[in-house]
Each structure stands twice: as C-alpha cells, then as structure tokens.
Design a protein around this ligand. Structure first.
Ligand SMILES: Nc1nc2c(c(=O)[nH]1)N[C@H]1C(S)=C(S)[C@@H](COP(=O)(O)OP(=O)(O)OC[C@H]3O[C@@H](n4cnc5c(=O)[nH]c(N)nc54)[C@H](O)[C@@H]3O)O[C@H]1N2
Ligand SMILES: Nc1nc2c(c(=O)[nH]1)N[C@H]1C(S)=C(S)[C@@H](COP(=O)(O)OP(=O)(O)OC[C@H]3O[C@@H](n4cnc5c(=O)[nH]c(N)nc54)[C@H](O)[C@@H]3O)O[C@H]1N2
Ligand code: SF4
Ligand SMILES: [Mo]
Length: 732
C-alpha cells in the first residue's frame, strides 16, 4: 500500500521538508510538500533530494559490516562479517589500545548533519570513556561561527528571512540546487521589497539579484565589515539605546574602527569606497537587517575577526533585538543534547589535554570553559552548547599530527561517523599519514569512501529515508521538525545509536545507556512534551519560544558580562586581540609579490557544485552524470594568457602540493583567480593506494591546502580555504 510520509531531507544540511512515497515498483518518490509549511517555502526540492532513493539503493552501498582481511592497511580485501563479530573485535582492540596508551588515544570525527539519530550519545560514550578528542568538519563550517557568536552574545543568531528588510550575503551562492528552501525564502523576501547586499568576488546569480554587489578581493571580508562599522559609528547610524544598555566595549570598538577609513578599506578589498558606504548606510537604516550564516568567513585567515565583525554589525544596528536575528534557545520541549552528552563526566585533566588546547584553545574545552557560569545563569545548565554537535572540538590539524607523529601523545584508534575525514580538512598527506599510523580504524558510513578504504572495519549506516528523527540535532535553531521513517534500513544497515550503545555495552558502560534502542532514546528526548514518538510525529513542526533577552531587567545574554561583548573578554582572556582586525594573509600578490611571480593566480577552494554535497554523491548515476569530472574554473582571459584551453586537464599547484583538474573557462570567475572543487573522488576506480584512494589524492582540494601556521587563522587554528592563496596552473 502506497503511503505518503512527511520527511526532512537530509541529502544536504539545510533540511528542507519534503514528501516521500513508496511507489508500486518499490521505489521511493521524493517530491515537494503539498501543504504549506512554516519552515520550508513551496517548491523546495533539488536534484539531490529527487535522487535520494537512487543513492539509497546504489549498488555500491555498504549493506553489511566489512572487515579488512588484507595484510596491510588500505588493502581492499573486504570480508563480510556479522555485527556481533565486528563490535566484539572493535571493543577488544579498543580496550587494548586504551590500556596501553590511555583513553585519549581514541579520536573521533563526525559529520555535522548526515546522521541525526544519536542525539548526543556518541559524545556521552566518549566522555564516559575518558577521551576529549572529538573533531568534525564543522570546525570550519558553522561550528566555529557558533563558538564566536557565543563569545559575542552567548548564543547562535539565526537570520529570519521573513523578518528582515535587508539581507547581507557573504558569498552564499544559493540556487535551485544549493539550499533551495533558503533560495526560495530569499526570492520571497526580495519580492516584498527586502534589500540585498552581496559580498562575492564572483558575479554569481545571487550577486545579480542584489541591490548592492561588492566584488571584494578574496579573504578581505573582515576589512570590509570594519569599514562598514566605521561608517555606521561615525555617521551616528547605530542603535544608541541598545548599545548603551546592552553592549560592552563600544568606545574601544569606536577607536579600533578609526583604523579602517573607507579609502583604506577600498584599497584592501578592491571595492569602491562609495559603494561600501552605501552598503553600510543601507544595512543600518533599511533594517531590521540580518546576515544569514555563510561558510566563506568560516574558512579564512581572518576568520575570527570576520565572524566577530558580523556579530557586531548585528548588535550595533539593533537587529538582535528587532527579531531579524533570533538568538536561539534550547528547545523547551526536549531534553537537551548537551544534557545527553554528559560533558561533566569527562575528567578535568582530560579536558585540559584535548588536542589543540596548547596552540589553539578557543574552541576546545579550555576556551569554552568561560561560558560555564554564564550558561548556568541564563540556561540553567553549565555545559549548554549551541550547535552542540560542534561543542568542544579538538583542533583537526593537531589531531592528525598526534595520529601521525604520536605527539604530544599517541592517538592510535580513529573512528569516523559519516565523515570523510581524509578529504575534509587541509594537508591531506598528514591525514593519510595519521590514518596509516593507527592500530584501529572504524568507519560508519553508507559507502566505502576514501577514508573507509583505510579502515579495519566498515559499519553500514542507515539512510535518512530509513530512519525517524527530530531535526535538527543541534540546538539554537528556533524550531524542530519531525521526519518519518519511510522504509526499513537496507541490508543490515543500522542507526548510529545502535553502534554507540553496542560498543558502550562492550566497554562496560551499559548502565549509562538505558535506552535500549533509538525509539526509546527518542522518546526520552521528547519526554518533556508528555508524548511518545507515535503521537509526536503527527505534528510536523515544533517552534520554540525565543525569549526577550533584552527586556528591561531581563536575564541578559550568556556571556561573562551578561551583555553583548563588542570587546570580547573571552578572546582577551586567551591572550588574543579582543576586537576585530584585518591582517593581510601571508600568500597574496600584495604580501608576497616575489612569490606571486612564480604563482600568478589566487586560488580558492569550494564553490559548491549542484549535484554534490561535499564528497557525497560521487557514485556513478544521475547526480555524478551532471558533472562527471573535477573541474577548475578560470576566466577566459586569464586562461588565454596562460595558454590553457578549455576542456584540457591541468595541474593546479601551490607551495603545498598539486592536483589534477579539468579546465573550464568561466566568465564569472574573477580574472587572475582560480577556483578548485572540494570532495572529488572517483568511486568507480579501484580503492587503495595504487589509485590514490580512488582519485582522492589526485583531485581533492586538500592536496594543495597547507595547515602550517602561516595558513591558519591565528585564534581558531583553522585553514584558509576561501581567503586566497597563491597558485599556478599548467598543462598535464
Ligand atoms: N578541504 C576542504 N575541506 C572541507 C571543506 C572544503 O571546502 N575543503 N568544506 C568543509 C565543509 S563546509 C563541510 S560541511 C565539511 C563536510 O565534511 P564531512 O562531514 O566529512 O562530509 P562529506 O565529505 O560529505 O562526508 C560525509 C560522509 O557521510 C556519508 N553519509 C552521508 N549520509 C549518511 C548517513 O545518513 N549515514 C551514514 N552513516 N553516513 C552517511 C557519506 O557517504 C560520506 O562518506 O567539510 C569541510 N571540509
Ligand atoms: N549543491 C550543493 N549545495 C551545497 C553544498 C554542496 O556541496 N552542493 N554544500 C553545502 C555546504 S556544506 C555548505 S557549507 C554551503 C556553502 O555554500 P556557500 O556559502 O554558498 O558556499 P560556496 O558555494 O562554496 O561559495 C559561495 C560563494 O562564495 C564566494 N567566495 C569565495 N571566497 C570568498 C571570500 O573570501 N569572501 C566572500 N565574501 N565570498 C567568497 C564564491 O565566489 C562563491 O560564489 O553549501 C551547502 N550547499
Ligand atoms: S537543498 Fe536539496 S538536498 Fe538540501 S535539504 Fe533541500 S532538498 Fe534536500
Ligand atoms: Mo559546510
């Protein structure tokens, strides 16, 4: 019997609500919702969701636990084994590793969104075991933004398109196949007269929709924001009452932005001074204005300053109190994920040795400990964390280094949960060296991705059409949606909580995992509603109440001062500049003109591709067919000057390394710059070292991205991927 289900699409991370139906031939049709929905505009579905069932039923999908029975790591000799055998052997090996090296010798990476069925239990397992070494690609995608929002105003601010009269986009190349629900929300906002300012070096479709397009030089966003703040303060356009009552550090900020007059900012960014001024005036006077999150500033050399400057813009223009930016609150109807995570169970001495603490403490337990008191004051919970899947992160560079070199201490067991760790950071060779030096590697995934090719055990994960969930699994978003299960998991695929609990039982931690399966766990999570899942799922969405943090006599925000910290006491406490600044990155034509002679191009990584989602959906089929090859983009004039015709394979090289891509000429790419893709591998090729792990070592951006200090944001320690580094391109 065909039956329609309401589901939250998890083929990417924006979570559009769609419908799914099992057709007579057994295939699942995914389509737009037929009824109005408060969090998803009509006609919101993209090709990834339409093809979700082709991915779910793909011939390459891992359907059973697999063990590498080859004599070497990376040898692709897979043997099907039972779940019990896999879990027993993993637990046995883990016990031995912990006995020899200590619990911190286990490191784990997890994807931000692809799996939503563990609700904090993975961190609970790690905390009880005694390892702080959890990291994620979220370290440079929203997780770090969330940490800096917190440093400024205690919580994550979520832009409400419906309540904004002026939107400022940082890159943010929305479209029919890139975050379609937000793209539709943008179009609806523009239709009702909302203004749009776009900061993007490329002339994108969204840039063409803008009232003001600022084609800034890559990586100069922080300078541009400082210039805007300069105008807003000097021209008295800020919300004086809000600043006076709810902000600290205004005078210091005012003094700092005097260092960024518009002529200087115009020189740094390459934008017209008057256009920057117009953007600042528009943002401050046509509001309430908002800056929806975008990834570009999460991946720059000046990332900390660029993110903080956005927070400051939201604050001083009054957006935070006007509802265009919603300061999230843990959903009142759920047991919080951070409560389930049990960070209090991890001993203090283990928190202190979380990898990255010494060099880049900001996003680790040590940096975030500044929020314990404020969090308890405002939310009644010390370890409250927004975007809690990104809470308390080990620095990825230091994690791979510890895996590879055993310094400052050995990491000898590495687990990934729906995360392609080999390809998802910078300095891919170091990640490979780290993986090769492990005594135990376990990957929980749907496919044998390049990281899984290096595993001892691959555990088959379920697909979002096969699991019921409440999304999102992070907190601070002002709503939650229910997603119904459409079919049973394929083969022997299991949900993540199953894996966590079975391992916990074998590690002697059963008493802390009283929910015997995901259904019980979910019922626990929603227990404050008084409903069980059967009843709960009938309602599609659960809005949360956003408190008025700024009401007279209110509790204030969860920062140490209780106010919006324009001048950050948390950054200051860690010895960093408490105010945003702009410093020219090490490798640009301006900072290193000599090097630029040899490497004449400015490179940036990313620019998402329609059929993909990071390294997902590379398998042969309708999505891969849209863009079968990994493509580099060069402006035709630049390509001509280098003698590089469109359609030929080229090497793109930086001082770090090189990768092979198919060249396409593209008039929208700024002259003198080159864009390279992220996440490209070729699942149709054999796995293992001979093929560079199915092309991952040949085509992925992390082959040319350094994670040496010179290329890391100095406060967060994350690599500069978008901000421009020097490169050259030549024929293969
Ligand atoms: N070099 C470089 N690194 C980057 C970026 C970049 O541009 N360049 N971008 C960054 C960004 S923005 C992000 S968001 C991250 C993404 O980094 P990751 O979170 O590691 O994402 P993916 O590379 O797509 O890998 C996701 C894996 O999860 C599997 N998977 C998908 N759905 C499910 C599921 O439901 N269950 C299970 N068990 N497995 C599933 C897929 O098969 C895939 O192997 O990477 C970041 N890292
Ligand atoms: N189809 C599809 N959709 C996706 C994804 C995917 O892989 N495929 N990935 C998802 C993920 S994980 C993420 S994080 C988001 C990212 O989505 P976006 O934030 O849209 O990121 P990109 O598409 O990588 O880049 C957007 C624009 O940023 C510009 N840009 C590059 N460097 C800079 C800079 O230094 N400053 C400024 N202001 N702009 C710059 C580029 O020119 C580009 O036009 O997309 C999500 N949506
Ligand atoms: S943009 Fe596409 S893949 Fe992403 S959630 Fe929406 S429908 Fe799914
Ligand atoms: Mo991302």
């Amino acid at each position: 019997m065909a039956s329609k289900k309401h589901v939250v699409c998890q083929s990417c991370d924006i979570n559009c609500v769609v419908e799914a139906e099992v057709k007579a031939d057994g295939k699942i049709q995914t389509r737009c919702i037929s009824e109005p929905h408060p969090t998803t505009p009509p006609n919101s579905i993209c090709m990834k969701s339409v093809n979700a069932d082709t991915i779910r039923t793909h011939k390459d999908r891992v359907l059973y636990p697999l063990k590498n029975v080859g004599s070497k790591r990376g040898e692709q000799k897979w043997e099907r084994i039972s779940w019990d055998q896999a879990l027993d052997e993993i637990a046995e090996k883990l016990k031995k590793i912990i006995a020899k090296y200590g619990p911190e010798s286990l490191a784990v990476t997890q994807s931000e969104i692809n799996i939503q069925s563990e609700y904090g239990t993975l961190r609970r397992f790690m905390n009880l075991l005694g390892t702080p070494n959890w990291s994620a690609a979220m370290y440079m995608c929203i997780g770090n933004t969330s940490g800096l929002h917190r440093a400024t105003y205690g919580s994550y601010s979520f832009a409400s398109f419906d309540d904004s009269n002026c939107l400022l986009f940082i890159g943010k190349n929305l479209g029919q196949h890139n975050w379609i629900s937000q793209y539709n929300a943008l179009k609806a906002a523009l239709k009702r007269g909302c203004k749009l300012i776009v900061l993007d070096p490329r002339r994108t479709k969204v840039a063409e929709m803008a009232d003001i397009w600022l084609p800034l030089r890559y990586g100069t966003d922080a300078a541009l924001f400082l210039g805007m703040i300069n105008v807003i303060i000097n021209e008295q356009l800020y919300d004086k009452e809000f600043v006076e009552n709810w902000c600290v550090g205004f005078e210091e900020l005012k003094e700092r932005v005097q260092e960024y007059p518009l002529d200087k900012v115009a020189e740094i960014t390459g934008c017209d001074a008057e256009e920057i001024r117009k953007a600042a005036v528009m943002f401050a006077t046509e509001g309430p204005a908002s800056i929806p999150w975008a990834v570009s500033t999460d991946m720059q050399k000046n990332s900390t300053s660029a993110i903080r400057a956005q927070c400051i813009l939201r604050a001083i223009t009054g957006s935070l109190k006007q509802g265009a930016e919603l300061l999230g609150l843990p959903h009142s109807e759920f047991v919080s994920v951070s409560q389930i995570q049990m960070h209090e169970a991890l001993p203090e001495e283990k928190k202190k040795i979380q990898l990255g603490t010494e060099r880049y403490p900001l996003l680790t337990y040590t940096g975030m400990s500044a929020f314990e008191e404020p969090s308890a004051r405002v939310y009644g919970e010390e370890n409250r964390y927004f975007h809690n899947m990104a809470a308390f992160m080990a620095n990825p560079t230091d994690m791979f280094t510890a895996m590879a070199s055993e310094k400052p201490y050995p990491v000898k067991a590495f687990f990934t949960f729906a995360s392609n760790a080999l390809m998802g950071f910078a300095n891919q060779e170091n990640a490979l060296a780290g993986l090769m030096n492990q005594e135990l590697v376990v990957c929980y995934d749907q496919f044998i991705n390049p990281t899984a090719q290096l595993a001892d055990y691959i555990l088959p994960g379920d697909h979002w059409l096969e699991r019921p969930v409440v999304t999102p699994n992070w907190e601070g978003i002002p709503f939650a949606n229910t997603s119904q299960q459409v079919v049973e998991p394929a083969g022997e695929a299991k949900d993540e909580y199953y894996v966590v609990r079975e391992l916990a039982i074998r590690m002697g931690l059963e008493e802390h995992f009283p929910w015997k399966d995901r259904a019980e766990l979910m019922n626990y999570r929603i227990s404050p509603t008084g409903k069980d899942w059967e009843e709960f799922q009938k309602q599609f969405t659960y809005p949360s109440n956003i408190p008025d943090y700024f009401a007279p006599g209110g509790v204030g925000v969860a920062t140490p001062s209780g106010k919006v910290e324009l001048y950050s006491s948390v950054l200051e406490g860690l010895g960093y500049d408490p105010l945003p600044y702009y410093k020219e990155p090490e490798q640009t034509p301006i900072s290193d003109p000599e090097l630029a002679k040899e490497y004449p191009l400015t490179l940036f990584a990313g620019l998402r591709e329609d059929p993909g989602f990071n390294s997902c959906y590379m398998q042969e089929g309708p999505l891969r067919n849209v863009e079968p090859d990994p493509v580099a983009l060069l402006h035709p004039k630049t390509a001509q000057s280098l003698g590089l015709p469109s359609g030929e394979w080229i090497w793109v090289e930086t001082t770090h390394g090189r990768l092979k891509l198919l060249l396409k000429h593209d008039g929208a790419q700024p002259e003198g710059t080159i864009r390279i893709p992220h996440g490209r591998w070729c699942p149709e090729q054999e796995g293992g070292p001979e093929t560079g792990f199915s092309g991952a070592m040949l085509h992925n951006d992390a082959m040319v991205l350094s994670d040496d200090d010179w290329n890391l944001d100095p406060e967060q320690g994350l690599p500069n991927l978008r901000g421009g580094i020097l490169a050259k391109a030549y024929k293969c």
